[in-house]
Design a protein around this ligand. Structure first.
Ligand SMILES: Nc1ncnc2c1ncn2[C@@H]1O[C@H](COP(=O)(O)OP(=O)(O)OP(=O)(O)O)[C@@H](O)[C@H]1O
Length: 243
């Protein structure tokens, strides 16, 4: 179980995370949603130890250190791979460094996305680079797989088919913590939705609970954010007013 307790993070004087507490048990797919600048990437980077923060993040009670960091993986659109290496070279490198690396999963997903095996990654398209990030994060043998807007640049067929593949391959102890703006697309396969706003957790709901209350995830998000439905008409009226 991952426990995030009272985590705060500021960049200079600007507070990006404000006393965030969250528990992520193993075996869940958890969506992390929030407006631009809400703190999603910052939270993931704190979990991974990329950023200093105040508060505590533990895995089964132990702080995240080099001893247990292999329980975590990260797919980021900022990219974490070696641009001059091919997908096959990455497979070899990861295989050497991650004892639980799954070559079967790597090969299967590479084929699913129809990615080139012997082309340097710097020559991949944006969508292809993101696909390889996702593949690597899923093949390392990590139990907590953090994905930050992993489907950017992926076409709709690749996304929708991938959701099905993902659901089919995940083991019972694998947890996905998925930050995305594709709320309506992912609602069919996540088990829980966490909402962050201005660095604070403002919502946390299981999809079962939502379903039982007859609400869609988007309704919950709009309610929680006090979404102002008149902002479009206001903007249009401001922008088209000739006075
Ligand atoms: N390196 C940085 N230096 C200064 N401020 C930063 C830095 N990274 C993020 N911030 C600020 O911290 C806040 C949270 O940013 P973060 O990237 O975590 O948001 P996000 O929810 O991932 O947004 P998005 O959906 O737009 O990717 C924002 O106000 C952002 O401007």
């Amino acid at each position: 179980m991952m426990e995030i307790k009272n985590v705060s993070k500021s960049y200079g004087g600007k507070r990006a995370l404000d006393n965030v507490s969250l528990t992520l048990p193993q075996g869940q797919i958890v969506g992390l949603f929030g407006e631009n600048g809400a703190g999603k990437t910052t939270l993931m980077k704190c979990i991974l130890g990329f950023l200093r923060f105040s508060g505590e993040i533990t895995l089964d009670g132990a702080a995240v250190t080099r001893k247990n960091i292999s329980r975590l993986s990260f797919a980021t659109s900022e990219h974490s791979f070696f641009p001059n290496l091919t997908a096959t070279a990455h497979k070899e490198f990861y295989g050497l460094h991650f004892p639980r690396f799954s070559e079967k999963r790597f090969n299967g997903l590479l084929e699913f996305f129809d990615l080139p095996k012997y082309k340097a990654l710097r020559q991949f398209s944006t969508g292809q680079k993101n696909q390889l990030e996702v593949i690597l994060s899923l093949c390392q043998g990590a139990e907590y797989i953090l994905m930050d807007e992993p489907f950017a640049g992926n076409d709709v067929f690749n996304r929708e088919d991938f959701y099905k593949v993902l659901l089919g391959i995940l083991g019972p102890t694998e947890t996905i913590f998925l930050s995305t703006h594709l709320i309506e697309e992912v609602e069919s396969f996540i088990g829980r939705a966490v909402l962050i706003r201005r660095g604070k957790i403002v919502g946390d709901v299981s999809m079962l609970e939502l379903e039982e209350s007859g609400r869609r995830l988007m309704d919950y998000v709009k309610e929680t954010y006090h979404y102002k439905a008149d902002r479009v008409s206001k903007a249009l009226s401001d922008l088209t007013d000739e006075e």
